[in-house]
Design a protein around this ligand. Sequence first.
Ligand code: SAM
Ligand code: SF4
Length: 472
Amino acid sequence: MGNAIDIRLESLVKPATPGVAAANSATSAVAEQARGTFFLETFGCQMNEHDSEKVAGVLLARGYRQVETPEAASLILYNTCSIREKAAQKVFSRLGVYRDILGKEQKIGVLGCVAQQEGEAIFSRAPWVSLVCGSASYRNLPQMLAQLEAGAERVTGLDNDTDETFETEVTRRDNPWRAYITIIEGCDKACAYCVVPFTRGPERSRDSARVLSELRQLAERGYSEVQFLGQTVNSYADPSPRKMRFSQLLVESAQVPGIRRVRFTTSHPRDFTPDIVAAIETHPAICNHVHLPVQSGSSRVLRAMQRTYSRAEYLEKIAMIRGARRQTAITTDIIVGFPGETEAEFDETLSLLDEVKYEGVFSFKYSPRPNTPATSMPDAIPEEEKSRRLALLQEKQRAIQVNTLQKLAGEIFEVHVDGASKKENQWYGHSSCNRVVNFSSSKSDLLGEYVAVRVNGCTPNSLLGEHVVRPL
Ligand code: SAM
Ligand code: SF4
């Protein structure tokens, strides 16, 4: 990677470091020959958020200026998510809203998973759209923008079979404290319910040297916390001759001067190996949090979902993580009401919650997705029944979480401060194990700092505490 320009939102920036100031002035120099303005709206996961950061960087470097409202933009971009139902419907209704405000000189682009899924059909249903671009085509964005600027009415980027990743020298980062770095794009896992392999294309890992170079540049600009992203981040397979393992990449990243925290998400249970646990155990800068989606507690349902592991095999991975000397928080994703899921099988998912005692669960009602094998499976579960199961699961998990968090009273956590609450002297941030910690402090200007917080209470989803002054 060459000299990446890294642009942060002014409003969030700590007092500018020389590197940031130089990057911003380089950007404004380009912006002098302004090509136009853009408004970018994003839905979906962290991968989508980060894709939008890269897209924004490409536009800024091209001389566009970002604006706060669609009305003020010459180019309106909508980065979409199609992981659950009614995604396309929602996108078309949003596009209807944009149509109503659209002036003569304005253009609209649809990006991301719905763009890839619906393809050129978007032009028929919403003829006022000028750009349809899936995530596997973002690397061609400069050429697509050039076509739009030259007056093209319909531009598409719908590659879905590429071995290339989106390498850009210009990323506009929204968060001044935690920087995302995509290390692997796409997914080859083919879970029976999931659209991601269709919308994001095959698995492609980035060269480890490029990842490490991006990381070093971030550290030089003052970032101390990074988060590696991938739909199955631990399936990382370095395409360079170094053939670095995922755990090696974590270890080398944790040793970069200035880097204090390295996170990663999402891990696939099949590829969660002992060397990753060993890396977390021996390198405090690798965060002690693993997001390990299980999806169901029933081996029969897991087989139908094509998840490639049984309940027992998943529990072996949990035992491996829990067996380490360093305690690691584990969170998960669960789908209820997969076709054919019986009451007894759902009970197995509930019992898994008791057995694992997750620190957090993202739970979803199964939602049929186009092109996926699960849509044609028999014995669909009625919507009300899915809702009932979801509510039961969430109630159980809430009780487990409160119980776990209550036991942490008196413990001291290192908190990376993300924000100030509206209430005076109240702050919030994250621990290494990714717990949200709300705390009081008489100190001012804690944003971006690492502080010690003693826990004195909790809510179902966060810890409460007070800042204690002691060296970390
Ligand atoms: N790659 C990750 C993994 O293997 O778990 C997660 C990717 S997906 C963006 C995030 C979560 O959405 C999944 O873990 C799953 O729980 C949920 N999800 C995906 N497809 C779904 C569907 N058709 N219905 C309901 N939930 C779904
Ligand atoms: Fe979807 Fe499965 Fe790939 Fe995760 S691993 S993105 S759930 S296909």
